[in-house]
Design a protein around this ligand. Structure first.
Ligand code: NAD
Ligand code: UFG
Length: 350
């Protein structure tokens, strides 16, 4: 049986995607440098499957950096030696803070672009030509008409978004240059993943003060932060606060499995897909639902608009639903309940 390689598989979205692939009996290899994650996350994934000591062969962990080509080659060689060559890659590994990317763009280009280049070169060498890439709604930037379609204007407003556009471009170049027509590529453009696996065993584990809203709300609920600062109540939205398309992280995880199976079962192609629910929720609505579902109070204040924010980001997800035999199944209530369960059970992360 051949393996699927998940780069960055110890991270937030990666661990949940491990669960999706293992549920369908795939053999997976998780590659991670743990620069922003804990290897304990994989132990938790195994706990979810109640794996016994002698039945852990479905997950292999390779610790290292994707920018280290020798290490990467060894990951492919080791898989061949185990008689389970890598058939396809889900590429999560990279840095993801919009704010940090403005402060330190070189690190972002190095991890996200140079990392992707190293990976693609090694994939090419070992004739592994199927990839699902973690792209982002950040590529659409500011001047957009909602809901956003895949053909909407691509105009990122941060170095982070720039790196995602650049990798998508490299993948397009690669596909167009491929005279043998072997490359199969899916760029999944995520909207706002929140929540956690319903067991509360795995979840988002930010090392710093979270800049994203959901882990911050959880931090307020657990008493770590006094109140939520809502960035602006004068946006041109239904209640003046920012509107986003929140998607349960397990629905997002399942979209990777569906995209991979779609690629492997169809003609070689390159596809760009928005992965969201198509539903816009304001910050105030999110806070209210969180309070209701989890029976708690989230104190908040209105604060200035955050630099670089946009009023709304909502996906037109029709292409993903049509192509992938996938659709988001979980509600905002599920996201709030599951995310809070993870935080309650793991107040300090892993
Ligand atoms: P995360 O930080 O939790 O996971 C990324 C993982 O990659 C971490 O485990 C980190 O240790 C690892 N990593 C980073 N650089 C590496 C390198 N050079 N070599 C090996 N491992 C490395 O982030 P996440 O939320 O799980 O995001 C995964 C992917 O999805 C990222 O590419 C991110 O840009 C993209 N994305 C995330 C969001 C979001 O809101 N979480 C939205 C859109 C896109
Ligand atoms: N917000 C607050 N207070 C906070 C944090 C956020 O009011 O403490 C508001 C923001 O202003 C925005 C909404 O909550 O209106 C969502 O903000 P997030 O930071 O959670 O998410 P963003 O949409 O700004 O960014 C996320 C990812 C980016 C990605 C982008 C588009 O963090 O990596 O979605 O996919 F680029």
């Amino acid at each position: 049986m051949r393996s699927i390689l998940l780069t960055g598989g110890n991270g937030y979205i990666g661990t949940h995607t491990c669960v999706s692939f293992l549920k369908k009996n795939y053999k997976i290899i998780v590659l991670d440098s743990n620069v922003n994650s804990s290897p304990i996350s994989l132990k938790r994934v195994k706990e979810i499957f109640k794996l016994r000591k002698n039945s852990q062969e479905n997950i292999i962990f390779e610790k290292g950096d994707i920018r280290n080509e020798i290490f990467l080659r060894n990951v492919f060689i080791n898989a061949i030696k185990r008689n389970s060559p890598i058939k396809a890659v889900v590429h999560f590994a990279g840095l993801k803070s919009v704010k940090d990317s403005v402060i330190d763009p070189l690190s972002y280009w190095d991890s996200n672009l140079f990392g992707a280049l190293c990976l693609l070169k090694v994939m090419n060498k070992y004739k592994c030509k199927t990839i699902v890439f973690s792209s982002s709604a950040a590529i659409y930037g500011k001047n957009i008409k909602n809901p956003i379609e895949e053909i909407s204007l691509i105009k990122p407003i941060s170095p982070y978004g720039d790196t995602k556009v650049a990798v998508e471009k490299i993948l397009e170049n690669l596909f167009l240059s491929d005279t043998k027509h072997e490359w199969r590529i899916a760029n999944l453009r995520y909207f706002n993943p929140i929540g956690a696996h319903h067991t509360g065993l795995i979840g988002e584990n930010p090392y710093d003060v979270p800049s994203n809203i959901f882990p911050y709300i959880c931090g307020v609920a657990i008493g770590k932060y006094k109140k939520l600062n809502i960035f602006g109540n004068d946006w041109p939205t239904k209640d003046g606060t920012g509107v986003r398309d929140y998607i349960h992280v397990m629905d997002l995880a399942d979209s990777h499995l569906s995209a991979m199976e779609f690629l492997l079962n169809n003609e070689p192609q390159i596809i760009n897909l928005n992965i969201g629910t198509g539903i816009g929720t304001s910050v105030l609505e999110l806070v209210k639902i969180f309070e209701k579902v989890n029976n708690c109070i989230i104190p908040f204040d209105f604060y200035d608009r955050r630099l670089g924010d946009v009023a709304q980001l909502i996906a037109n997800n029709k292409n993903a639903i049509y192509k992938l035999n996938w659709k988001p199944k979980k509600s905002l209530e599920d996201m709030c309940r599951d995310g809070w369960k993870w935080k309650k059970l793991n107040p300090n992360g892993y």
